[in-house]
Design a protein around this ligand. Structure first.
Ligand SMILES: Nc1ncnc2c1ncn2[C@@H]1O[C@H](COP(=O)(O)OP(=O)(O)O)[C@@H](O)[C@H]1O
Ligand SMILES: [Mg+2]
Length: 371
């Protein structure tokens, strides 16, 4: 899969901008604040219907503008796709695939996967457990439609059950109003747990491959998932029934896959508690490389890799390794403040599969300076 062109209007600091991408390494360079990350963010929006740096999509709309538009042309499994996202001032978003409106963003997911490596996503290793849950939920949804639909069903049932718990807490409903949701919750939740087990074990294999290719031989990176093993359906139902008094007192559902933890261990120590800056950075790189391998293996689609500020993030040796691991047959979009840096790393920007864009800070306008 590859992105051919992307056009954006009233997106972040960009009024209008257009980019054409080659199948190899593409570069967007310019000063800080010129809108480089925003271009990657626009592409990410077409892949996932969300941003990798904010949960509030209203922020994407250029200040003072009434509506924004992102439009991309893609080649996916030898077919052409046009994917479009629009948003008006009140925050409402619309998505289109080949001019057909789609409901919500779910239909986009998995169609044209991208993997983004950005300092904006360091919270995957540094943030609270909910951040890693959300991360793995997205990665698993990209490759497993069954996982995505179980997750959607579970989230609906959980919301209803929690609303009922809130009613019970305020003596406005009987306990049976809560229990009415248990069957649906457990059905979907058990599927999530089962799928997580097998998806995560495959993800770990990809992580081991990334570590072998990119890291020092003695580096160990592990993902610890709890509860381990997760309960099966019957156990889950028993547990949730036992917890009903506690749930009613607290006003929310205390047991289920929405409470899972994924912790990262770096050389056998909890990364979040003990990790240095450098260890966090390299861990994120390895996880992202694993994500690319994982998506390719499962979906047969090679994701476009977005490297945001690669050189600000990594030392010289490691960024070289990342570039060579990606190779020329993987479409890559790199942002950098400095073009010289890229050339020092041996990136050849004169090949036919390569494009270079320069962004200027003033108004987010751009000009192509090579190819
Ligand atoms: N909704 C918005 N409207 C106008 N400008 C914005 C909006 N959101 C962000 N910006 C500005 O866009 C600029 C570009 O940001 P960014 O894409 O992060 O640039 P870069 O990655 O090149 O440093 C920033 O200066 C930021 O203040
Ligand atoms: Mg940036």
């Amino acid at each position: 899969m590859a992105v051919r062109t992307i056009a954006i209007r009233n997106f972040r600091n960009h009024h209008t901008a257009e980019f054409q991408f080659g199948d190899g390494i593409n570069v967007i360079w310019g000063d800080n604040g010129s809108g480089k990350t925003s271009v990657l963010e626009a592409l990410y929006l077409l892949a996932y219907g969300r941003s990798f740096r904010t949960a509030r999509l209203q922020e994407l709309l250029r200040t003072g503008a009434e509506s924004m538009l992102v439009e991309g042309n893609f080649r996916i499994a030898d077919r052409q796709y046009k994917i479009k996202a629009s948003q008006v001032e009140d925050g409402r978003k619309k998505y289109f695939i080949n001019e057909q409106a789609v409901v919500g963003a779910r239909q986009l997911i998995g169609l044209n996967p991208v993997v983004v490596l950005s300092p904006e996503e360091q919270s995957i290793t540094k943030g609270p457990p909910a951040r890693r849950r959300a991360y793995f939920d997205r990665v698993f949804s990209v490759v497993a439609p069954a996982y995505m639909s179980a997750l959607a069903g579970f989230t609906r049932a959980l919301r209803q059950r929690n609303a009922a718990l809130d009613q019970v807490q305020h003596n406005r409903a009987p306990v049976t109003a809560v229990q009415a949701w248990d069957e649906a919750l457990v059905e979907q939740g058990a599927t999530i747990w089962r799928e997580r087990q097998s998806l995560l074990s495959d993800f770990r294999v990809c992580l081991a491959t990334a570590v072998k290719e990119l890291a020092d031989r003695d580096l160990q990176l592990a993902i610890i998932h709890t509860p381990q093993p997760p309960p099966d359906k019957q156990e889950y139902l028993d547990n949730i029934q036992t917890a009903i008094t506690n749930d009613c007192r607290r006003g929310y559902t205390t047991i289920g896959p929405h409470r899972d933890q994924y912790e990262i261990e770096f050389n056998n120590a909890d990364l979040r508690k003990f990790g240095s800056q450098g260890e966090h950075k390299i861990s994120l790189v390895l996880i992202k490389m694993a994500e690319a391998l994982f998506i390719r293996q499962y979906s047969g689609k090679t994701p476009t890799v977005l490297l945001d500020d690669l050189f600000a993030k990594l030392d010289f040796h490691r960024s070289d390794l990342v570039l060579s691991a990606l190779g020329e047959d993987i479409q890559t979009i790199i942002t950098s403040t400095d073009l010289i840096d890229l050339e020092k790393h041996g990136v050849d920007l004169t090949t036919p599969g390569s494009r270079t864009y320069h962004l200027e800070k003033r108004n987010g306008s751009k000009s192509a300076i090579s190819n």
